[in-house]
Design a protein around this ligand. Structure first.
Ligand code: PHE
Length: 352
């Protein structure tokens, strides 16, 4: 029996050491030390042993049991340590690793352009205003020297609202930001130096037009304001927005609400205003050295009078340009379809 016990010990010890994982170890524990295990069944044989040998064998069996229990416990601890260190390895955090940037949007390029334009004009004392984008006919047309039957209105084909008519006429989605002029002038506070940036609506859609777009409208009215002030402001804006080498020029034009009226051109950033490209051919961007920016002029006396301002005392200039179009003229902007700005294609928008 002694030999059997020792053989069992040896076999069990080897098996425990070789156990591949906790599951195997648990099975071995049951197999050798369990209530119906091999050691127990061997001990049943003690009954048939002489009373003399019984205590010795009993003690040996007990010793083997304890020693195997220790071996199992030790091996189990080993497995636990191993699992813990694996966990520590897999969950290790390298605090010096660069962080993951959270997904973050940014404001739309048209809003960026509006912010930039606002900043540029605020430096020379123009205050940003927000005049109505749905307004009375009076502000959009009538006060701007465009009576109801005047053909000049055709230029600004637009959307009228199905809303009650007031003394100021019908309501209209404003086709330009010039409606701000009468709103500012009728307050009777001078000097007026406003930059009104807002949405405009026209019945046009193609590569250079969208039915909803933005304009920025400058208005400066005070005593002794002349065309040279207008020129100074235009050149300042061109330098700040497009770069130090850009120049502007005035071309005679006609608007009902300014006199004289001009179209403003800006020297082309690609050919430097020469009209000749690097390949000695006509510049492909502008063809003639200049790009058209928008309208401007000296505020018409009738516009001043319509808002109760005396044109013999006050004078001023106004200009109104499209935000989108002006932005598209920035150097390096190779945007050939204005509608792209409003397609909400992230592949496009994320570039800015
Ligand atoms: N309102 C004109 C337009 O929409 C632009 C303009 C504004 C012209 C102010 C002269 C003075 O085309």
């Amino acid at each position: 029996m002694q030999d059997q016990l020792n053989a069992l010990k040896l076999e069990a010890e080897q098996a425990i050491v070789q156990a591949a994982d906790v599951v195997v170890l648990n099975e071995l524990e049951v197999k050798f030390l369990g209530r119906k295990g091999e050691l127990t069944s061997l001990l049943k044989g003690l009954a048939g042993v002489s009373a003399e040998d019984r205590p010795k064998l009993g003690a040996l069996a007990n010793e083997i049991k304890l020693s195997l229990e220790r071996a199992v416990a030790l091996r189990r601890e080993g497995f636990e340590q191993e699992a813990l260190s694996k966990l520590a390895e897999s969950e290790r955090v390298d605090v010096t690793e660069p962080g993951k940037a959270p997904l973050q949007g940014h404001i739309h390029i048209v809003s960026q352009a509006i912010d930039e334009i606002t900043d540029i004009f605020s430096k020379i004392g123009f205050t940003r205003t927000r005049n109505p984008e749905v307004d009375w006919d009076w502000y959009a047309f009538e006060s701007l020297n465009m009576p109801g039957d005047h053909p000049a209105r055709d230029e600004w084909e637009t959307f009228f609202m199905d809303a009650p008519v007031s003394k100021k006429g019908k309501m209209v989605l404003t086709p330009h930001t010039s409606n701000a002029q009468a709103h500012e002038l009728e307050r009777g506070e001078f000097p007026v130096r406003m930059i009104n940036i807002g949405k405009c609506y026209r019945r046009q859609i193609d590569v250079t037009h969208v039915p909803m777009f933005h304009q920025f409208e400058g208005l400066c009215v005070d005593k002794n304001i002349s065309i040279s002030h207008l020129r100074g402001v235009l050149d300042y804006f061109a330098r700040e927005f497009f770069g130090p080498d850009r120049k502007t020029r005035l071309r005679p034009f006609h608007f009902r609400f300014t006199e004289p009226s001009f179209e403003i051109d800006i020297s082309c950033g690609v050919c430097g205003g020469t009209g000749i490209g690097a390949d000695k051919q006509k510049c492909r961007v502008c063809k003639r050295g200049w790009l058209e920016l928008g309208g401007a002029g000296m505020v018409h006396p009738n516009v001043l009078k319509a808002s109760g301002v005396d044109p013999n005392v006050y004078s001023g200039f106004a200009f109104g340009w499209g935000v989108e179009r002006t932005y598209m003229m920035k150097e390096g902007m190779k945007l050939d379809d204005i509608r792209t700005l409003y397609k909400n294609d992230l592949r496009f928008l994320q570039q800015f």
